[in-house]
Design a protein around this ligand. Structure first.
Ligand SMILES: [Zn+2]
Length: 213
């Protein structure tokens, strides 16, 4: 099974859960669902349709605000950014714009404006996105190519750590649209592969990288 992140060909079965087989890459330690066992894009979209990420939902606003505050501490006013995989709502874009950080949004299912790939950005945000990508290698190549020199990449995802314990019952694993799980080591290998430098853990599952390419 080829690793969808680093494309190494050596992976071993990490865990079989019902019909699903998870592999772990020997090189980058990514844990990933067999690519022949993914749900269909139609089912995937339906699941996102049912996410209650409404702009009127105060919990959702609070959840996004945590990320917005962290980004505004790092990037200066007037910076340009891309919210890749924004989902249905453009609320993140709106909240960042209020901080005078100017964001474009893209989503494969809901906001497919390809012109975002024609610009370069001071930063790119992948908020709860990287665990969903069918081809993370391809997407990261494309996205890191859109970063300006020393541009920032913010990645929000739950790391797979030894504290998780029971992988089978981990709520993050049980989401059918989550098809790969990153470890601390995976981030290090990913940084090498995509010419990034891991800067720091910003807490609340948000990690900061800088373009070194
Ligand atoms: Zn790998």
């Amino acid at each position: 099974m080829i690793c969808p992140l680093c494309q190494d060909e050596k992976s071993h079965i990490f865990e079989k859960i019902g019909e699903k087989t998870y592999y772990q890459c020997q090189y980058c330690s990514l844990v990933f669902l067999s690519r022949s066992e993914l749900i269909s894009p139609v089912e995937e979209k339906e699941r996102y349709e049912n996410h209650h990420n409404s702009e009127e939902d105060s919990h959702y606003i609070k959840y996004l605000t945590t990320t917005v505050e962290k980004i505004s501490m790092i990037v200066p006013k007037g910076a340009s950014g891309l919210d890749f995989g924004c989902g249905k709502s453009l609320l993140m874009e709106k909240l960042l714009n209020q901080q005078e950080v100017f964001v474009s949004s893209y989503d494969l299912f809901f906001h497919r404006n390809e012109e975002v790939f024609e610009k370069k950005y001071d930063f790119i945000l992948l908020s709860e996105v990287i665990e969903h990508l069918r081809a993370p290698n391809k997407e990261l190549q494309r996205l890191t190519g859109l970063l300006k020199a020393n541009g920032y990449l913010f990645i929000k995802t739950k790391l797979l750590t030894s504290e998780i314990g029971d992988f089978k019952n981990w709520y993050y694993r049980r989401d059918k649209t989550h098809i790969q799980f990153f470890r601390e080591e995976t981030f290090l290998k990913m940084s090498e592969l995509f010419h990034l430098q891991k800067i720091r853990d910003l807490k609340d599952d948000l990690f900061l990288f800088r373009n070194n390419g």
